[in-house]
Write a protein that binds this ligand. Structure first.
Ligand code: ANZ
Ligand code: ZN
Length: 820
């Protein structure tokens, strides 16, 4: 036996780089097609190459890595790839501010981050690395665009867009925040601009995107996506104006049509100008100008005082022939439904407030059951429209449950409208007036229109020699030669599209590029696709719930319809981690000075400790504030493990039968719970279970168990369970305890149910000293559990009669006496 004083110290700084090199040299984490093994595609969201892997990245990636490692030990052929989402604004801003080319800035940053990722000890197969700004990558991003364009899934139209005057670019609706509608990146209030833009027809997929039945995604993400899409059933109804125009409205309550006493058009609605009478012209023009300055979110705020202006024009209610005034008001949004509404003040609160303010008539058309007949003049607010139809001509008396359907049948029969569905989801605006993105592969020809670049000529490469002027135009527009070309169809002089694609386009398909990042015949090697797809577990931040995670589902479905991908969904299971906050409980930021730098932590404690702490300190999906003394607990644990496994028992101690049984029981019970927890990504309880088992092993060692069969088994189980969490120390101890390289190639152990079984005892239950019941309970039952079990016994309940006991006495392992 080795001399205990010769146990070396645990020195992560020495062992971690050593194993990382060895694993890399041996290609230990290479994932190749193997038809004899089941595959597992574990994907974690790729980072933007900002140049620094922060603690949030570690929090997202190292537990994901542990889960992937666990799956591998379970016998799956696991692919865990990594890459960089490298197009986007910060690179361009760095170019403008520091005069460094985005290409150079990006590749320097990637170099740094790749090293940082390696220091994490993750099982990344670096041969599969992909970077979206590489021409070999965006070649295929452009190819996808062309497939979409050829199949009418991409189109251009003039649109009013949100534009950041500081970043000089269009923003997606999701990138505009707050009541003041500021830019997500720089905080500048955005303005509206009319530009010809490119869109993807994501709305074609609205209904299918609402179906989550085949995927295991968090409820919260499903809700966010469902609300984002916001499907409403109702009717489209046409109202004729007195000067012969038609106003179409979308309503969710066609059964209230007889109560429509006025109409409201959004200020931007094209009919506003036509309908406005000369007397009202000035008021309407002023109102429109004022509305234009306001943002949609601000306008949608329900409790805002309603404002509006009468256009002077009238329309005819198509069901009762009433002449009703047409107003314009900013509580009606141009981007929703048709941008026009029929106002039913008796049953819609916003319309009610508007009607009272401007003295417009209120007509009750729904009578709630079991209430006095409603009188419009006495109402102080709109009445929810549930009940029997009244004042509704031929439909009067229709019961509430069929009113909706009958009203639709009626307007369809009269030819004034039809059943319709409306969505909040808009088509995806993908064009950006920026340089650092994938150029949209279109050539504009004055004869032929928008012509896609022939596929053989892809990629349309970004020119490297551009000028950095934040002009609001893409720098590609200012390039002296790049944009001038010839039309692929007629050969005439033509110009390239100078907009680039939204970076969410690049990230909609990166999981496919990882399959074969060097393949140059197609976006991916079909053989790799057949083996690896779909992604089995996808992990990343909840903040991507409505953009990336909707876009990538749309992308996959669109590609499926074009015969490029198969199956309805790209990612079967999704799990979101929470956020690591600063020690001050605030979001980490440089300006607050509360940023925790993983590189410093790795230098001080080693990667394994950082990994263990990140898995331990919070429930993964919730996150928590950082705690710099907490991480000390993790290094102490690993040092203990180190000595537990290396330092023998005192000479001469012989363990008893019961000591060894206890050790085996704890080891297998831990294995059962750790297995369950890995499956369910409950990382914090994995670490705490391992801490407990280590304590049990120390006790067993005190009793002389070191080196016994039971000890050897516990040691092997321990290191295999530790391997996914702390891959380096597990590998080092695996070697030092005499096992063959590598712990990471070991199968996940099987629980020995017999060993894990708790021994049971009979607990006597007394009431006032008299025997009333006997309970079979585990030997290790805690005092609290024993008391609860006794109090819950039917025999005891009879004596308690619903009252609390006076006193409960517990004699460990023997009896509970309840005094009533
Ligand atoms: C008459 C009516 C009566 C309505 C009633 C509601 C209740 P969701 O459920 O969100 O789809 N609406 C339609 N287009 C609008 C727009 N562009 N801006 C503001 N409001 C608009 O809401 C659909 C309902 O919101 C529609 O049904 C319409 O008002 C209003 F008792 O029509 B309703
Ligand atoms: Zn042409």
């Amino acid at each position: 036996m080795p001399d205990p004083t010769s146990i070396p110290m645990y020195k992560p700084a020495q062992i971690e780089p050593k194993w990382q090199e060895r694993w890399e040299r041996d290609g230990l984490y290479h994932a190749d097609i193997d038809p004899h093994r089941p595959k597992f595609y574990a994907l974690t969201m790729w980072p933007y190459p900002s140049g620094d892997l922060h603690i949030g990245h570690w929090y997202a990636m190292s537990p994901s890595d542990a889960r992937a490692r666990f799956k591998r030990m379970q016998g799956y052929n696991v692919m865990f790839p990594m890459g960089f989402d490298a197009f986007g604004l910060p690179a361009e801003n760095a170019a403008i501010q520091h005069g460094i080319h985005p290409q150079q800035w990006t590749s320097q940053n990637i170099e740094v981050m790749r090293q940082q990722l390696k220091s994490m000890g993750a099982m990344i197969d670096w041969r599969r690395e992909a970077t979206s700004s590489d021409p070999s990558y965006y070649h295929w991003t452009q190819w996808f665009f062309i497939q979409f364009y050829k199949n009418n899934l991409a189109y251009q139209k003039e649109a009013q867009v949100d534009f950041c005057p500081h970043c000089n670019t269009t923003l997606a609706r999701e990138q505009v925040h707050g009541d003041d509608r500021h830019c997500e990146r720089c905080g500048t209030p955005v303005i509206k601009k009319n530009l010809v833009q490119w869109f993807f027809r994501i709305t074609n997929y609205a209904d299918e995107l609402l179906d989550f039945s085949t995927i295991d995604w968090p409820e919260q993400v499903q809700t966010l996506q469902t609300n984002w899409i916001n499907r409403s059933e109702g009717a489209a109804v046409v109202f004729k104006t007195e000067n012969g125009d038609e106003i179409e409205v979308f309503t969710t309550r066609p059964d209230t049509l007889w109560g429509a006493t006025f109409m409201v058009l959004a200020p931007e609605h094209p009919l506003v100008k036509k309908l406005t009478t000369p007397e009202q012209a000035q008021a309407v023009a002023e109102y429109r100008a004022q509305a234009e300055r306001m943002g949609e979110i601000q306008r949608e705020t329900a409790d805002r005082e309603k404002t509006g202006v009468f256009t002077g024009g009238y329309a005819i209610n198509p069901v009762n022939g009433e002449r009703i005034p047409v107003w314009t008001a900013d509580y009606v949004m141009m981007g929703y439904g048709t941008g026009a509404i029929m106002a039913v003040p008796a049953h819609d609160q916003r319309d009610f407030e508007f009607a009272r303010k401007y003295n417009l008539p209120v007509v009750v058309v729904i009578q709630p059951p079991d209430e006095h007949p409603l009188v419009a003049d006495e109402m102080t607010m709109a009445v929810p429209a549930v009940g029997e139809m009244v004042n509704s001509g031929p439909l009067t008396g229709t019961p509430g449950d069929v009113a909706f359907q009958r009203a639709i049948a009626y307007i369809e029969e009269k030819g004034v409208g039809h059943g319709a569905v409306s969505y909040r989801l808009r088509d995806w605006l993908i064009s950006r007036q920026r340089y650092w993105g994938a150029p949209i592969p279109i050539i504009h020809c004055s004869h032929c229109g928008a012509v896609p670049v022939p596929e053989a000529e892809l990629p349309v490469e970004l020119p490297m020699d551009v000028e950095w002027l934040p002009t609001g135009e893409s720098p590609l527009k200012l390039h002296p030669t790049w944009r001038f070309t010839t039309c692929p169809q007629c050969g005439g002089a033509a110009e390239r599209e100078t907009d680039t694609m939204d970076t969410f386009m690049c990230s909609s398909w990166y999981h496919l590029r990882y399959l074969s990042p060097h393949y140059d015949q197609y976006p991916f090697d079909p053989e790799e696709y057949d083996y690896w797809m779909p992604v089995d577990t996808y992990t990343g931040g909840i903040e991507h719930a409505t953009m990336h995670l909707i876009y990538t589902r749309f992308f996959h479905k669109a590609c499926r319809d074009l015969g490029i991908t198969r199956s309805a969904e790209p990612m079967m299971q999704l799990r979101n981690q929470g956020m690591v906050l600063g020690e001050d409980h605030e979001k980490m930021s440089k300006s607050r000075g509360n940023v925790v730098a993983p590189d410093d932590l790795v230098a001080a404690y080693g990667a394994d400790t950082v990994r263990a702490y990140l898995m331990f300190f919070a429930r993964w999906e919730l996150g928590a504030p950082w705690n710099s003394s907490g991480i000390e607990g993790s290094i102490r644990w690993l040092r203990k493990v180190w000595f537990t496994l290396l330092e023998p028992s005192e000479v001469g101690k012989r363990p008893g039968e019961e000591d060894l049984r206890k050790l085996r029981r704890k080891a297998h019970q831990t294995l059962a719970s750790v297995t369950h927890d890995f499956e369910n990504l409950n990382f914090n309880t994995i670490v705490s279970s391992l801490m407990e088992l280590n304590n049990e092993m120390m006790l067993a060692k005190g009793a002389g168990a070191f080196g016994t069969e039971a000890w050897k088994e516990a040691e092997s189980l321990y290191l295999r369970m530790l391997a996914p969490v702390c891959p380096h120390i597990a590998e080092e101890l695996w070697e030092r305890t005499g096992h063959d390289y590598s712990v990471h190639l070991q199968p996940w152990p099987e629980v020995d149910a017999e060993a894990a079984r708790e021994d049971e005892i009979t607990l006597v239950v007394q009431v006032n000293g008299k025997l009333r019941d006997r309970l079979i309970v585990p030997v290790s039952i805690s005092e609290a559990d024993a008391k609860t079990a006794a109090l819950e016994s039917d025999a005891v309940q009879v004596y308690l009669q619903g009252k609390p006991p006076k006193k409960v006495i517990y004699v460990p392992g023997k009896l509970v006496n309840i005094v009533v």
